[in-house]
Structures are given as C-alpha cells and as structure tokens.
Design a protein around this ligand. Structure first.
Ligand SMILES: Cc1cc2nc3c(=O)[nH]c(=O)nc-3n(C[C@H](O)[C@H](O)[C@H](O)COP(=O)(O)OP(=O)(O)OC[C@H]3O[C@@H](n4cnc5c(N)ncnc54)[C@H](O)[C@@H]3O)c2cc1C
Length: 435
C-alpha cells in the first residue's frame, strides 16, 4: 500500500537538532512532522556530555528537570593530560556564565537524553514517526524541494510508517546527522577545511567501575590520538577513544577487539578501565572524520535547510555538538516561521538565506577554536608545552577549558595576547586542583 503524508515542515532526524527545531516550530503552531529512521532510544556514538551552555536551552524546552530526574551526572570542569604526563585542570567558572546558563554541564547516556528531547517536541504538538528512513528529496520542476521519499524500513513498528512512500512539505529540514542524506542530496554536505588534520576513528564504550572518576571531563592526549572519560551517572563511565583512521584500519575492524588492544597499549587509561568484574554495556564506533570538524559551505537550498551535525559536525572531543544542535534549532525556528509566512518562494528563500548569515555569525568563532584544538591535539609537543604553561596558570586553564567547551565565548581565547600566554614558558607560582 502507498500513502502520502503532508506537513508544513518535515524534519528529517529526531536527534537533538531535529527535536529542538520541531519544538521551536510546534510551540508556535506550525504543523511539523519529524521522521527518524531509528526507533528511539537507539545507540549513538557520543561521549554523552552536555555542555553548561546547553542548560539554558534545555530549560527553555522544559527538558532540564526530566534530564536531571533521569540520573544525569553534573560535570564541573575538565582535566587534560599531555602525552608526556603533564596535567592541568580548568573549571567552569561562574564569571563566564551568561543568563540562564548553569555553571556545570551534565552527562547522561544518549539513550536517555534523546527520548526526553523528542518528547518535548511531541508535547509542543509535533508529530513524530520513527522507523522511517528518508532516502530521497522530492523536487518541483524548478528544483525546489517539496518533500521527501522514504524507504520501507521493514523494521517499522506501526503500520502507517511502513506504508509511507512520499511526504509532502513546504520546507524540509535536514537534521539527519553527520552523514546527512538531505545534505548529500542537496550537494551541500559539510566538508573539513582545506588541509584538515589526519582522519580519525572514534570508539565509545560504557563501563561500570572505572577507578577514581570525579565530576570532571578527563582528556588524555597521546602521540597516537586521545581518550576522554566522563562519569555519566549510576557508576557508569563513557570512554571515548579517538585514533588515527590509518591505525584503526590496519588492525581488526572489530570495535571490542580494538578497544581491548588500545587499553593494553595505553595503560594510563587501561589500568583504570580494565577493572576486574567491570561490565561493558555497549560499544559504538564512528568515523572516519577530520580531527577539526566539518562545516557546510551553505546550510540551505530552495525549500530546505540543514541544522545540527547535518550542517556542522564538530570533532568528537569538543563536547559542544549537542549544544550546537540545540542552538541551531533555536536559531533556525524563526527563519522557518518567516519562510512559511512568505508571500512568494523568492521571499521564503530570503528567509533561509538570512538563517545562513545568523548561523555563520553564531558559530564562526567556534569553528576557528575547533581548528586550533584539532591542530593542538594532533601535535603532542604542543600539548606538552600547553600543559607546562597551564599547570601553573589556573586562570588561563579555566579560560582554555571554557573555550574548548564552548562555555566561554571563543573570541576570548582567539586573541594574540592570550594565545601568546598559553604557550609561554611557566613563570612560577601555581597550585593544584582537587578533582
Ligand atoms: C565519538 C563521538 C563522541 C561525541 N561526544 C559528544 C559529547 O560528549 N557531547 C556533545 O555535545 N557532542 C558529542 N558528539 C557530537 C554529537 O554527538 C553530535 O554533535 C550531536 O548528536 C548532533 O545532533 P544531531 O541532532 O544533529 O544529529 P544526531 O544526534 O546524529 O541525530 C540524527 C538523527 O537523524 C536520524 N537519521 C539519520 N539519517 C536519517 C534518514 N535518512 N532518515 C531518517 N532519519 C535519519 C538518526 O537516526 C538520528 O536519530 C560526539 C560525536 C562523536 C562522533
């Protein structure tokens, strides 16, 4: 059986970006339909960390209480260890806080987080269909996007989703993540900047009983990649290992085997994780991707817009992807609203073009910081030097960690005077943090 659905806006993807966009539209009375190929909850390659600045958006969506009620762990700062064993710690300090933003981040497994966000979109009035795989865009004679075609997933739970073939829409939003079908079909997929650092693969494991976990993100930098540990609540730690793709692909493709070998060759982490009796809950692999993230040159086309990872996918360790996805939805919402009210297709395009300018204005400084971080993480000597400088400069460590996290505006870091100090030789003094 073939049937056609329609909505004013079809959002492809029900992750943080899709949920935030749908919520922003539905609460303003827009008829919005979210389609996701997966049945939520589903595993996602993510370290499960939500940066402090996302708390304002989560609170606005009415999701914060549910997230904390689901057992989210607070995250108060970040400890970074350099390849030669140097260490510095930065806190999410109160002076950096903007209105409505908490001074701590949160960590909650995506299997729990994403359904809460999608529920908020539903509560605002959005329709949500899962198990619906969008394979193609539908266009009119001028090339304008006027809907999507969906594949029968076979695994769909409800009969209606299984029977879908075409969904008509006035605007299609691609919120379908890093390998966005919508972006590919539009020919505007995110690209890593020219000269991007070596491609990486990521593995995420969740494990009980990792030793000495506190309330900080812990980043270990090695000559051959890096690893992040985060307490995600209930005694579980997310362990994200990022390694050069060439190294991973030389060995077995089996993620479990790779992680076990990696623990053996990186005892600083392995000795904390390979706890006797520890139970590994799940492992997910992602990549390859550029170490410094990738960005779409343009996040719109006539009748369509991109948001979240579909438009800009950060490097995994940045820890601001969920925030950027939520913030992207918040930015996009009003422009979609304007496009729907436009009297002509040309005016609707102007609204989406204006979204593009807002997106660039919001995120451009952040992308520069990501490139710097990507470069630093690919250069062990630079990380060692940074650690030597910052072990004794707690104020700068707070600033760096805040910018790394997206908690402090990127422009505060990307200033010649600050950059000079970051790599200056240590000048005495110092102390230690109790993390
Ligand atoms: C290893 C790793 C660790 C990370 N750790 C963190 C972290 O700790 N903190 C952080 O903030 N960010 C992290 N990120 C980034 C973060 O995961 C993303 O930025 C974030 O998930 C983006 O949200 P999104 O809604 O744009 O996309 P996604 O969360 O990827 O959601 C996309 C949705 O679209 C659906 N979809 C895809 N294709 C189709 C299709 N054809 N039809 C229908 N539905 C489709 C998918 O099923 C999915 O539900 C990490 C990334 C990686 C790779």
């Amino acid at each position: 059986m073939t049937s056609t659905l329609r909505a004013d806006v079809v959002v492809v993807g029900g992750g943080p970006a899709g949920a935030a966009t749908a919520w922003a539209l539905a609460r303003n009375g827009v008829d919005v339909l979210v389609l996701d190929r997966a049945h939520v909850p589903r595993p996602t390659a993510c370290a499960d960390y939500v940066s402090p600045q996302a708390t304002r958006l989560l609170s606005a969506m009415g999701a914060l209480e549910a997230i904390e009620g689901a057992g989210a762990a607070p995250v108060t700062g970040m400890t970074i260890r350099s390849p030669s064993g140097g260490r510095f710690h930065g806190r999410f300090v109160a002076r950096a806080v903007t209105a409505g933003v908490r001074t701590n981040g949160l960590a909650l497994q995506r299997e729990r987080l994403d359904p809460i966000l999608l529920d908020r979109a539903r509560a605002a009035g959005a329709r949500v269909r899962t198990g619906v795989d969008v394979g193609d865009l539908v266009r009119d004679a001028t090339g304008r996007v006027i809907g999507v075609r969906v594949h029968d997933t076979g695994g769909a739970k409800d009969g209606e989703a299984r029977a879908l073939r075409t969904v008509e829409a006035r605007i299609v939003v691609g919120a379908d993540g890093r390998d966005s079908v919508v972006a590919q079909q539009l020919g505007i997929s995110p690209r890593a900047p020219h000269g991007a650092h070596a491609r990486r693969m990521a593995f995420v494991a969740h494990q009980h009983g990792v030793k000495a976990m506190g309330a900080s993100r812990e980043l270990y930098c090695f000559a051959d990649g890096y690893c992040e540990l985060i307490n995600v609540g209930e005694g579980i730690t997310s362990i994200t290992i990022v390694a050069p793709a060439a190294l991973v692909l030389r060995g077995s493709a089996d993620p479990e085997g790779f992680v076990a070998r990696w623990f053996a060759t990186h005892p600083q982490v392995g000795s904390r994780c390979a706890v006797s009796g520890a139970r590994s809950i799940e492992r997910v692999a992602a990549g390859p991707f550029a170490a410094c993230g990738a960005h779409a040159r343009r996040a719109w086309a006539p009748g369509a817009a991109l948001v979240g990872d579909a438009a800009d996918s950060p490097a995994p360790v940045i820890g601001a992807g969920i925030y950027a996805a939520l913030r992207g939805g918040e930015i996009l919402g009003p422009y979609l609203f304007e496009a729907l009210r436009a009297q002509s297709p040309t005016r609707a395009d102007h609204a989406l073009e204006a979204y593009e300018r807002s997106r660039a204005h919001e995120f451009a400084a952040r992308w520069r910081v990501e490139r710097l971080i990507g470069a630093a993480l690919s250069a062990p000597a630079l990380m060692d030097r940074l650690a030597r400088s910052l072990e004794q400069r707690h104020d700068l460590a707070d600033l760096l960690v805040g910018a790394f996290d997206g908690f402090v505006p990127a422009r505060a870091l990307v200033r010649p005077g600050v950059l000079r100090q970051l790599f200056a030789p240590p000048i005495g003094g110092g102390g230690s943090y109790d993390d």
